[in-house]
Design a protein around this ligand. Structure first.
Ligand code: FES
Length: 299
């Protein structure tokens, strides 16, 4: 029996032998992790320096408030590799969970990743139950304990066939990552459009930003995506990193709010960017800008 037959037979028998609670956790967690991998792979900005959704910008934003900020700061230099690792790992964990290949190792990987995300991005979310990462960590741990309790699913198996099965999952994860890169999300579904920044600390010419308009840019000193506003009285800007779990907010002219597409948080840019809706109480960080001659510049 070759490795592919082994995977399909193992998947079928594992689905039929598991109880309903384990199946429910397995299908939800497995598909969610595959979707998370696809969401990153199909985001053309995720691995692109300077883009609002660039992994390096997200890590830099997380590092400002995270209890493991010192570790996150060390990853910034290699942010693109971190992004690739996270994306491929999400695919691999999801596929392995659905197919029941090294399921306990995959569940431990899901638990470790969720815990890492909780410490990085949602540690300060209040009340705590609004932080989805901690809920995922608990779900993965529960699933892992179910698997460990089932002696028919050993945590590690170094037989040749197991190595082959795991390698096939790795190949599928890499192939899925390339497929996502080849099928990017449309600009409309991306969180925030990227805009080219002028050289140095110049952001945009004042003449190119009429009163009442906004401009998305990346703050070169802080390395964070930001949204610039021009009103009759001057200019101001806020970080585009949502204070809930770090998604990129976008300005919605119809409601005059900065809106997060992930969990619906809203911020009022005309009242110090305070949170006015959604699962966060924290305002967006202010980004210092000013008008200097004919330009809006970083202050
Ligand atoms: S990341 Fe959750 S509301 Fe923005």
């Amino acid at each position: 029996m070759n490795a592919l037959q082994s995977i399909s037979r193992g998947a079928v028998s594992s689905w039929s032998s598991q109880n309903r609670a384990a199946r429910l956790l397995r299908i939800f967690l497995g598909l969610t992790w595959i979707y998370a991998g696809w969401d990153k792979a199909s985001d053309s900005g995720f691995l692109t320096k300077g883009a609002p959704t660039y992994i390096g910008s997200q890590l830099a934003a997380y590092a400002q408030n995270s209890p493991i900020g010192f570790l996150l700061n060390r990853t910034l230099e290699h942010a693109t590799y971190v992004g690739i690792f996270v994306m491929v790992s999400e695919f691999a964990i999801g596929i392995a969970t659905i197919l029941s290949v090294a399921p306990a190792s995959a569940a431990f990987g899901g638990f470790a990743m969720s815990t890492g995300l909780w410490l990085s991005s949602s540690f300060h979310t209040t009340p705590y139950f609004l932080a989805s990462d901690s809920a995922y960590a608990v779900m993965w741990l529960a699933f892992l304990l179910l698997l460990i309790g089932n002696r028919r699913m050993p945590a590690t198996n170094f037989q040749r066939r197991s190595v082959l099965r795991t390698s096939i999952v790795g190949v599928l994860a890499v192939a899925a990552s390339f497929a996502g890169r080849a099928l990017p999300k449309s600009a409309a579904s991306s969180s925030v459009k990227s805009s080219t920044k002028a050289s140095g600390t110049q952001i945009i010419k004042v003449a190119d930003l009429p009163v009442g308009k906004t401009f998305n840019f990346v703050h070169s000193a802080q390395g964070v995506p930001a949204v610039l506003f021009r009103t009759k009285t001057g200019v101001f800007a806020y970080s585009a990193i949502c204070t809930h779990e770090g998604c990129s907010v976008a300005y919605k002219a119809s409601s005059k709010k900065l809106v997060c597409p992930c969990h619906g948080a809203q911020f009022d840019p005309f009242a110090n960017a305070k949170a006015v809706a959604g699962p966060t109480n924290r305002a967006l960080d202010k980004v210092n800008v000013k008008i200097s001659g004919a330009w809006v510049v970083e202050a």
